[in-house]
Design a protein around this ligand. Structure first.
Ligand SMILES: [Zn+2]
Length: 223
């Protein structure tokens, strides 16, 4: 997927007019910089939507294998990915007239394997995004001085790192026990950054460690 999504990076500079806030004295350099930001956001939208589709398929497979708690983890991860894609879309809409951008490719259909293998694949996907994609794009956004893009990418990177850790913990539990009875039956998703959790404070008044949203507002995944 990481290779094919490069096909979305065909945003011609002439397709949109952006305010030249980075380098007002050099419109060409400014437009090139902004077009890279747009391409990068397009890429992570596609990546998050693909990840969401994958995790949804893995959830269905886990449920079919009677790993119902793992199925809920995958559902939470799919929601988290989808939320991040929507946040990125909102940022993109503030940057450019999105009706003039090329259509993004729809997620490809994934063929799930066994639940442990799907957990590994989901973890590997997270690993690629948080070690390669997001750090590179965050660095570019920092250099461009685009704090709005930095923020959406940094939240996503931090949240995916958090979500990957839960996937690893669940994989370890399932591998050790051969079942998922010790995996949380309820999962929570931050509606802002897509950070997941297997518990929240009983008062619900604590805040998301990534973005600060009050836990009481978290989406609950229990079915
Ligand atoms: Zn959050």
């Amino acid at each position: 997927m990481k290779r094919t999504v490069l096909s979305v990076a065909i945003v011609a500079t002439s397709l949109f007019a952006l305010s030249c806030k980075h380098n007002p004295k050099n419109q060409m350099a400014c437009n090139a910089q902004d077009s890279v930001m747009v391409e990068n956001i397009q890429y992570v939208i596609v990546a998050e939507e693909q990840s969401s589709a994958n995790n949804k398929a893995y959830s269905e497979k886990a449920a079919a294998e009677k790993h119902n708690n793992v199925a809920k983890l995958f559902t939470a991860k799919a929601k988290a990915d989808s939320l991040r894609a929507e946040k990125h879309k909102a940022v993109l809409a503030k940057m450019v007239d999105t009706t003039k951008l090329p259509a993004r490719p729809a997620p490809k259909k994934v063929v799930p394997k066994s639940t442990p293998e799907n957990l590994k694949q989901s973890i590997n996907d997270d690993e690629y995004q948080i070690t390669i994609v997001y750090p590179n794009y965050i660095e570019q956004a920092v250099l461009a001085g685009d704090s709005m893009v930095v923020t959406t990418l940094q939240w996503a990177a931090d949240a995916r790192a958090n979500d990957k850790n839960y996937g690893m913990a669940v994989l370890e539990t399932v591998s050790k026990n051969g079942n998922d009875t010790e995996v949380s039956e309820v999962w929570f998703v931050c509606p802002q950054c897509g950070s997941i959790a297997d518990s929240i404070s009983t008062s619900g008044t604590n805040s998301c460690g990534m973005c600060g949203v009050v836990e009481d507002d978290f989406i609950v995944v229990k079915n």
